[in-house]
Design a protein around this ligand. Structure first.
Ligand SMILES: Nc1nc2c(c(=O)[nH]1)N[C@H]1C(S)=C(S)[C@@H](COP(=O)(O)OP(=O)(O)OC[C@H]3O[C@@H](n4cnc5c(N)ncnc54)[C@H](O)[C@@H]3O)O[C@H]1N2
Ligand code: MOO
Length: 446
């Protein structure tokens, strides 16, 4: 295959945003499931149906601090004629051995403690004198200060029907019941349920490991002083943060100089820990666009067992602004997806949001892979938008007002405007201006 001719043919064609996205997603499937500890599985998609091996609650227990009693004993209790019961002991949460409650007896019981045999109801402490003999109590006295309250007598001022203030075994989950279905995204409450039914680990699609690599000989690590012509590497930070935000485990590789050998060896080194590779810069038509040069060369090489030969990365122009030049393909023996994003900071971030984020979420098997889009009234006019390109302008979306206001201009170097925006305003391909007050679609950035 003649790689250069092939690439030239692809460069003649302009791809729509949807075509490029479809191409990326068509080559991505959810990662093979693995067994993870509960907290490591947060945000991941369950791949197994989970059946509860135990009932929840596992035993009848009290929902109040009070006294476990026989219902008939307290049926006639009133403020003016309290019923006096003999306290035969305490049932605290975690109590294993419980005294049996006979006629005329009560067990002092704490919230969550098992209901002792013989008891049918719990009378809250506020409906009793708490063992003090001094009228209705507000609380129990601490066991350390008043150990005698675990015995003696209690006066009950109100009746409690059978079952009152008792949480029945299995009233939440019955043993053998389906607890969670495969496909569930594990949030805090799902993780809580899994823990409650005793699961320590679960099978999920793991979070993808995303390696972010910026390129450019002008790039300096933040914190270091700049020399002539140099700028700080912001893309690798922004993209790594975006990868994390999308749900990935992200690794940031410091900026690689515009040198083919360095780029090749860095890619080789990074492949081992990547489920997806993201590069920024070097994809345009300049004389030092090393990402494009290197990956086209590797894609023109037949697979030969070496780490990078036989890659299938294509470079193409998209009908969008920012983000026109893009590269995408598979690389390495494990056919790792690589997305080569343009270097302009807004271009790389917008490209990430549109193409890399859905790819990460597809690798996780998530049901929702795209950012939500909503209509909004544009408060200001957009004087011009390039014909034939879908433009993504930075915007400030106001959910209460249902409006969006453009932030900064269209320039793909406007880092501050991006940082002050919370949405992308979509100006369709066939729209060249947007009068103030027009309804537009906006992508909500979180
Ligand atoms: N003759 C043409 N020139 C350009 C075209 C074109 O069609 N014809 N396309 C323009 C468009 S659109 C874009 S987008 C850029 C893409 O360029 P590259 O991907 O090759 O990116 P670089 O040249 O490496 O950098 C562009 C710009 O962004 C700055 N940059 C790069 N990396 C970082 C980083 N990690 N952190 C912060 N800033 C970064 C870089 O210094 C440049 O200013 O090409 C246009 N040119
Ligand atoms: O995509 Mo370039 O992204 O228009 O600056």
């Amino acid at each position: 295959m003649n790689g250069t001719t092939d690439q030239t043919r692809h460069q003649d064609r302009v791809w729509s945003v949807a075509e490029h996205l479809d191409d990326v997603l068509s080559k991505i499937a959810p990662l093979d499931p693995i067994e993870l500890q509960l907290l490591d599985a947060q945000g991941c998609v369950l791949v197994e149906d989970i059946t509860a091996p135990v009932a929840l609650p596992p035993f009848d227990n009290s929902s109040m601090d009070g006294y476990a009693v026989r219902a008939a004993d307290v049926a006639d209790a009133t403020d003016s004629a309290p019923v006096t019961l003999t306290v035969i002991g305490d049932a605290a949460a975690g109590s294993g051995e419980l005294p049996a409650v006979g006629p005329g007896q009560a067990v002092r019981i704490m919230t969550g403690a098992p209901v002792p045999p013989g008891a049918e109801a719990v009378v809250p402490v506020e409906w009793t004198d708490g063992g003090t003999g001094q009228g209705p109590a507000a609380t129990m006295r601490a066991h350390s200060a008043a150990p005698q309250d675990a015995g003696g007598e209690v006066r009950v001022h109100r009746p409690a029907a059978a079952g009152a203030h008792i949480r029945a075994r299995g009233s939440d989950v019955t043993e053998g019941e389906p607890a969670l279905r495969a496909g569930t995204v594990l949030g805090p409450s799902q993780i809580g349920l899994l823990a409650a039914i005793g699961r320590g680990t679960v099978r999920v699609h793991p979070r993808p490991r995303v390696v972010v690599l910026s390129t450019g000989s002008e790039l300096i690590q933040p914190g270091e002083p700049l020399g002539p012509g140099e700028i700080h590497d912001s893309n690798s930070f922004q993209l790594t943060a975006a990868a994390r935000d999308a749900g990935a485990i992200a690794y940031r590789v410091g900026a690689v100089a515009d040198d083919a050998d360095t780029l090749r060896s860095t890619l080789e080194d990074q492949l081992i820990r990547a489920d997806i590779l993201v590069t920024s810069g070097g994809v345009s038509v300049g004389a030092y666009d090393v990402v494009k040069e290197t990956l086209i060369a590797l894609s023109a090489t037949e697979p030969d067992g070496s780490a990078l030969a036989g890659a299938t990365v294509e470079f193409r122009r998209l009908a969008m602004q920012p983000g026109k030049p893009q590269g995408f393909g598979l690389i390495g023996p494990d056919r790792i997806p690589l997305l080569a994003l343009p270097g302009n900071p807004v271009s790389s971030y917008v490209s990430f949001e549109l193409f890399v984020r859905p790819a990460i979420r597809a690798l996780m098997g998530l049901p929702e892979i795209h950012r939500p889009t909503t209509p909004a009234r544009c408060t200001e006019a957009v004087a011009s938008s390039p014909k034939g390109k879908r433009q993504f302008l930075r915007g400030s979306y106001d959910a209460d007002a249902g409006t969006v206001t453009p932030v900064g201009g269209a320039g793909s170097h406007l880092i501050k405007a991006m940082a002050h925006a919370n949405a992308l305003i979509i100006v369709p391909e066939d729209t060249t201006e947007v009068p103030a007050g027009t309804d537009v679609d906006v992508v909500l950035l979180g």
